[in-house]
Design a protein around this ligand. Structure first.
Ligand code: FRU
Length: 490
């Protein structure tokens, strides 16, 4: 099926044959760039993580999925769950865009555990006959057995205040009330954070827009995320249309920004904070979501990708993956990110790295100490490479030399100010992705890298460097068969 011009992006699962799915699944799984321990689609395109929650004894991860090819088409919610981030239960498609109000996409939303159910608030996307977009906020409810019931629209369009860009609801519970926040574009064509007050879990009234102290900060705010901890409020969002003169900030097509401040005051509709920071300094990171687990950890997963550019994996009919799960900790007015300890369960063989090393495969973790200048390079036999280096003042990720460069219009080097001299750095590589945790979690670079036959690690200035090869995650269950294959034509 040809998607080169985004044609066919509204084709439905039941309109294709099982053999078409089998052929794109095979291409996807055989692609050497397909990850081994990251959540990625069986085929087709993944973008935002959705409905992240700890419910009924498991972590639930849903994601935006277009099944049929590597484009932003008709979005479904795919669902996996896990207890340990090594073994995953494949639950298949949970949300299909099938009812009139959501027929052109079940867009991004959140999961809210409530009594014996998981409430899923999401954006219902629909095109009318003139191809105009209509976005409303809808509710679906999942029970402990995983059965989903759609409850319909709970927040209608609000075209007096906003354009058709009105999506990605989240719920903010307060002691005796609920508020809903929605990312939006105002009729002045600026990004807004819309606030609604809940009379019940499915009845909300427009309250106003939260004043975040950023008057002119992009044309649309996607994927708002807000949580309260240590009497503080943390707001993370994905603004579109913001740029910066600084080489350190906002260099991707779209960015993710956060602020730590007071808790939102819904009376005055204000959010007071001490300034914004970019959450990730890499090339491919967008639309993250967070949730609280049973141990009280605030966990984040993001889309390990960014708005569409050509990817070398398109020809194999898949695109993107999710990031690793990370625990967030607030430090002053900053967020620090740490890979979840559960990921140590992926480790197989470990070795000490002293100098340049031949790699057995490209799914591994590196841990090392630095106390001054350093560099490391991931390469193949013909010298295609990506480098990560530290000077005394900067951390620098350079993918100029990879085999297949993408999104090069936005540059191929990323810089961050180095915040800590003596530190332990952790890096996760998974065939075509890299996640670097530096500056004690305060600086993270998340990126794709496409190097054919990645086989060499070259290092300089690293102390006590350890390399851990990582096993594949295990995905079991018949969700894919039952909810995807059986829907297609036999
Ligand atoms: C962000 C986003 C959301 C939207 C979803 C659709 O990547 O554009 O705003 O709900 O993706 O897939």
């Amino acid at each position: 099926m040809d998607f080169s011009n985004r044609q066919n992006r509204l084709v439905r699962l039941e309109e294709v044959s099982q053999s078409y799915l089998a052929s794109i699944a095979e291409k996807t799984q055989n692609d050497p760039f397909y990850p081994s321990y990251h959540i990625a689609p069986p085929h087709g395109l993944v973008n935002d993580p959705n409905g992240l929650s700890y419910f009924n004894g498991e972590h639930h991860i849903f994601y935006q999925w277009f099944p049929l090819g590597p484009v932003h088409g008709l979005k479904h919610w795919y669902h996996v769950s896990t207890k340990d981030f090594v073994n995953f239960n494949d639950r298949g498609v949970t949300m299909v865009p099938e009812l009139s109000y959501e027929e052109h996409g079940c867009y991004t939303g959140v999961g809210v555990p409530h009594e014996d159910e998981l409430l899923l608030y999401y954006t219902a996307n629909r095109f009318d006959e003139e191809k105009n977009v209509h976005q409303t906020q809808a509710l679906a409810v999942m029970d402990k057995q995983g059965n989903l019931t759609k409850k319909g629209v709970v927040v209608e369009e609000n075209r007096e205040q906003f354009t058709c860009e009105f999506r990605d609801p989240i719920l903010v519970p307060r002691s005796d009330n609920y508020f809903m926040l929605v990312g939006a574009q105002g009729i002045d064509e600026k990004g807004k954070l819309a606030a609604y007050k809940g009379h019940s879990l499915n009845e909300f009234d427009y309250l106003g827009n939260i004043d975040v102290g950023l008057e002119d900060f992009g044309y649309m705010w996607e994927c708002p995320n807000y949580y309260e901890e240590q009497d503080k409020g943390t707001f993370i969002f994905s603004p579109q249309g913001v740029t910066s003169e600084s080489k350190y900030d906002l260099n991707n097509v779209f960015s993710v920004v956060y602020m730590v401040g007071e808790q939102i005051d819904f009376e005055t509709q204000r959010f007071e904070h001490q300034g914004w920071f970019e959450l990730d300094k890499g090339f491919d990171f967008y639309a993250p979501q967070t949730y609280l687990d049973e141990q009280g950890r605030r966990i984040l997963l993001g889309w390990l990708g960014n708005s569409k550019s050509e990817y070398p994996t398109d020809k194999n009919m898949w695109a993107h993956m999710l990031t690793l799960p990370r625990e967030l900790k607030i430090e002053g007015n900053r967020i620090a990110q740490f890979p979840l300890p559960e990921l140590e369960g992926l480790r197989s063989e470990s070795l000490a790295v002293k100098e340049s090393t031949e790699l057995k495969n490209a799914s591994f973790e590196l841990e090392f100490e630095v106390d001054g200048e350093f560099s490391l390079s991931l390469e193949n036999q013909v010298g295609d490479k990506m480098t990560f280096a530290g000077t005394n003042d900067e951390l620098i990720l350079d993918r100029t030399g990879v085999t297949h460069l993408h999104a090069e219009a936005f540059g191929s080097v990323r810089y961050a100010q180095r915040l800590v001299n003596e530190q332990r750095i952790r890096i996760f590589v998974d065939n075509s992705s890299i996640e670097i945790f530096a500056d004690n979690g305060l600086t993270v670079f998340t990126s794709r890298l496409f190097i054919d036959d990645l086989s060499q690690l070259k290092v300089a200035g690293l102390n006590e460097c350890k390399l851990h090869y990582l096993k594949s995650m295990k995905l079991s269950g018949d969700g894919y068969q039952k909810t995807v294959v059986e829907k297609a034509q036999a």
